[in-house]
Design a protein around this ligand. Structure first.
Ligand SMILES: Cc1cc2nc3c(=O)[nH]c(=O)nc-3n(C[C@H](O)[C@H](O)[C@H](O)COP(=O)(O)OP(=O)(O)OC[C@H]3O[C@@H](n4cnc5c(N)ncnc54)[C@H](O)[C@@H]3O)c2cc1C
Length: 357
């Protein structure tokens, strides 16, 4: 190693939710990291409303691995707030109005089975909130809330900068040198490099993976009410760090990936907001972003099939806030030889695609 070279345990490319959670995990374990990111180009974690909700989907089902994932989410974000001396984690109940009497009946039946519904605080059979359309009542969800993603990312970035472990620059693959003992990037030498770059920078090593871009748009709105819960009925209304401003979202498009906000996106969200809110609201801002989703809706973790020092942490899809704490822990344990990567999220499940590519 020359005088100019700097040795760290891990290089991380990308400081969105995936890279931030992983960097915190590794530093907490006493490992050294060096992170390269372009925050101005982040078009996913920074746009997210940051909602976490253990009960999702059209049929209102408990989300995948909800018990383990939500326990870890609460533990991780609360302890990281203390560790970084910043505020970004806001647990808050979520209220989901029933659309029909049938849905109300289904939920009454479901909550009879207590084991299945530890995430349900209450089921209401008549209107609970005067400012929204909720004639048939609804369910109030426990262990939900939101992460102020921008505040979280900045707090992590500040910590990295304080440790001289951060560079705001474009990572260029042609500058990466791979050898048997590790990797080198410019003057940084590391054991391994982990790509947490969302839908970008997958080529040339990870572009064979089935990571599909899913565009989303949101609206920032203001209205004359201070809801005590997050509303969620076809559209969510989540508080933001700006007092009186809420984020409403989101849209989902696999086909229109244009790098801009659209009239259709705004119309879709406004239609859904009108079906939810009784009173007028004002649109302050519209934003767009692209989520990295996978065909089986599970994250992707693990080493490149040929280059074992190149690792990926991606595919957080529509649920980065809930998935990143649990799976960054799993990956950090694997990187430090203290645990395994589960089969369901292991990159190995896509290996046949690599041999064909
Ligand atoms: C509109 C919208 C709303 C959403 N709402 C929610 C929500 O409410 N709750 C929730 O859980 N999830 C939500 N999501 C999903 C969530 O945002 C994602 O799951 C998550 O942000 C993915 O994080 P990531 O770190 O994998 O990727 P990213 O956030 O995309 O981070 C990747 C980082 O890598 C950097 N990078 C890439 N290439 C390079 C390079 N060559 N050099 C340097 N840096 C590079 C990028 O600049 C970026 O900073 C939403 C997404 C969208 C688009």
């Amino acid at each position: 190693m020359s005088q100019r070279e700097r040795k760290v345990d891990f290089i991380i490319v990308g400081q969105g939710l995936a890279g931030s959670c992983l960097a915190i995990r590794l530093m907490t374990m006493g490992k050294s990291v060096w992170v390269i990111d372009q925050p101005e180009n982040n078009r996913c974690s920074k746009v997210a409303a940051g909602l976490f909700n253990p009960i999702t989907g059209m049929g209102i089902v408990k989300t995948w691995m909800a018990e383990e994932i939500f326990e870890e989410l609460f533990r991780f974000f609360s302890s990281t707030e203390v560790e970084l001396g910043a505020s970004f984690f806001y647990p808050m109940h979520l209220y989901r109005p029933f659309q029909t009497v049938e849905e109300q009946n289904n939920w009454m039946a479901k909550t009879a089975d207590k084991g299945k519904n530890r995430f349900v605080k209450d089921v209401y059979t008549s209107a609970m909130y005067p400012h929204i359309h909720n004639l048939f009542g609804g369910i109030e969800v426990n262990q939900s809330g939101y992460l102020d993603t921008n505040a979280f990312l900045s707090a992590v970035r500040d910590r990295l900068i304080a440790r001289n472990a951060y560079m705001d620059a474009n990572f260029r693959h042609e500058l990466l040198r791979i050898n048997e003992s590790g990797v080198e990037y410019e003057d940084v030498v590391a054991e391994k490099i982990i790509f947490c770059s969302g839908i970008n920078s997958l080529a040339p090593y990870f572009d064979w993976l089935p990571i599909r871009p899913l565009k989303g748009e949101t609206l920032s709105i203001t209205f004359n009410e201070r809801p005590k819960v997050i509303y969620n009925k076809g559209v969510y209304v989540v508080p933001t760090s700006e007092s009186g401003t809420y984020k409403a979202g989101a849209t989902y498009s696999l086909t229109n990936l244009s790098p801009n906000c659209t009239v259709e996106g705004r119309q879709e969200l406004e239609d859904k907001l009108s079906a939810l809110l009784k009173n007028p609201y004002q649109v302050q801002k519209q934003e767009w972003g692209i989520r990295p989703t996978t065909i089986d809706r599970r994250p992707i973790l693990g080493p490149h099939p040929e280059h074992s020092n190149l690792i990926i942490f991606n595919g957080l899809g529509t649920k980065g806030v809930s998935l990143a704490p649990y799976f960054s822990n799993q990956l950090a344990n694997w990187l430090t030889q203290q645990g395994e990567i589960h089969k369901e999220v292991n990159i190995n499940r896509f290996k046949p695609l690599y041999s064909r590519s």
